[in-house]
Design a protein around this ligand. Structure first.
Ligand code: PHE
Length: 450
């Protein structure tokens, strides 16, 4: 059989389609750390009362997120295929396969709007390095003018080409290599930024806002948002961790990987909050100002620093890279499916997926501040719909299916996780009772039934 015609499973037995142990952990952290942590988490926290929301986020991450993550990794490693194949194999019927397919569709659709924002970060990197960003101090105005222009289209293409290029190189020489370089680099730059923001005048107030939980701010609604965000942030409910799990060997400890990814995700979100909130309080920016927070608030901080354009440039480049490491996971999900389903080579599958994605990604970009932003259905633009459908409907749905599959249907799931008997009991309890009930709640509330 020609090399390009190998199925995913066959390729897994070959050296090139397997992660090394650290490579896998870094790639999984790379998938989880992204715009969810650094762009969405700060602004949603800002809109939902700060510390109280952060606490809810941490609880959701630990109680529901980590057990589901372990479940997804176990499904991937035992199923050794894309989301469709693994669901079908472990669920024991074709129907399960099609349920897994919803995850593949979710990853595909998330990529279409995720790449828009990733493109914005690249533009900001260039503007900051060139100093143009600081020309008039009106950061809100600049953000609006930029999203209304045609440049976001170009930047989105750059993101997609970069992603496609790395994916086409394969698991170990593409995805693993890229993550190994950029994930530690990202941490270093974030720590440098943190040292700067924690010495700003408004630092104490910002840190207090972010970390001090005012329990009166906790609402049912914010708890649901926190659970949804914990899912998104850990890359759950769309077959991403499951697909990466298929490239891991039996010696890898899945509980250790789960803890490492959870800790990594939390640390990056924590640092992002500790960068953003001191800055917003120092420069009098409303912490609940919405999706533009990172693009509007941070430039003001960079302006005040020595070599601010350099710091700003580095920060936005790394934000873009963190986004790209997530794009890799999002894109690998449908690419793995195509390779198996149509017996395509990796490069061919990548090209087809990229073309199909772009057909939806372009209207996403045009409706996020561009010419299509005036067209709304039910109060939402095309961009908002993609975000809404994937995050509020598909993600919890697939998350729920994961808990049912590992909790009730697939009998060998506990053994695959490698947990000790006591932990396994807790994990089973979470998969059978706690996680499905909580997920069902977000799901029903997001479609307006509770
Ligand atoms: N977890 C990523 C983030 O926080 C988003 C993502 C979702 C990436 C699903 C891959 C798969 O930004």
């Amino acid at each position: 059989m020609a090399k390009g015609k190998k199925s995913l499973e066959q390729q897994n037995s070959g050296k090139t389609e397997q992660f090394s142990s650290t490579g896998f952990i870094l790639a999984a952290i790379g998938s989880s750390v992204g715009l969810g942590n650094m762009w969405k988490f700060p602004y949603v926290t800002g809109q939902n009362g700060g510390g109280a929301f952060f606490l809810l986020f941490v609880l959701c991450l630990i109680i529901v997120g980590l057990p589901v993550l372990l479940g997804e990794l176990a499904i991937g490693r035992a199923g050794r295929g894309d989301a469709y194949t693994s669901f079908k194999k472990l669920g024991g019927s074709k129907w399960w396969g099609w349920l897994g397919f919803i995850g593949i569709l979710a990853a595909f659709l998330i990529m279409t709007f995720y790449s828009t924002i990733a493109g914005w970060t690249l533009h900001y990197a260039v503007q900051s390095l060139s100093g143009n960003l600081f020309s008039n101090g009106d950061y809100a105005g600049q953000f609006t003018a930029f999203t209304a222009s045609t440049s976001p289209i170009i930047w989105q293409i750059v993101v997609m080409v970069m992603t496609g290029f790395v994916i086409a190189r394969g698991i170990s020489s593409g995805i693993e290599k890229f993550n190994k370089i950029v994930i530690p680099g990202l941490l270093v730059i974030l720590l440098i930024m943190l040292a700067r923001t924690l010495t700003l005048d408004g630092a104490a107030e910002g840190v207090r806002y972010f970390l001090y939980p005012d329990f009166s701010q906790i609402t049912f609604e914010s708890a649901l948002l926190a659970l949804g965000l914990a899912f998104f942030s850990l890359s759950l409910g769309m077959g991403a961790m499951l697909t990466y799990g298929a490239y891991v060997d039996k010696n890898q400890s899945l509980p250790a990987a789960t803890l490492a990814v959870g800790a990594g995700d939390l640390i990056y979100a924590l640092i992002a909050g500790l960068i953003i909130f001191p800055t917003t309080f120092t420069f009098g920016i409303e912490p609940g100002s919405g999706p533009g927070l990172v693009f509007v608030a941070l430039p003001a901080a960079f302006e005040s620093m020595p070599y601010g354009n350099l710091f700003g440039g580095l920060f936005f480049i790394l934000l873009a890279i963190a986004a790209v490491t997530s794009c890799l996971a999002l894109t690998e999900v449908p690419v793995a499916y195509m390779m198996r389903r149509f017996k395509m080579s990796r490069s061919k599958a990548t090209i087809w997926i990229m073309i199909a994605m772009y057909a939806i990604a372009l209207p996403c970009t045009l409706s996020a501040g561009g010419v299509l932003s005036g067209y709304t259905w039910g109060g939402r633009t095309f961009f908002d719909w993609m975000d809404y459908i994937t995050q509020n409907i598909m993600l919890p749905l697939v998350g729920l299916l994961v808990t049912i599959l590992v909790g009730y249907v697939w009998k060998g799931s506990g053994e695959e996780t490698g947990l000790s008997p006591t932990w396994m009991k807790w994990w089973r309890f979470s998969m059978r009772v706690v996680a499905p009930i909580l997920i069902l709640f977000i799901f029903l509330s997001s479609i307006g039934l509770v």
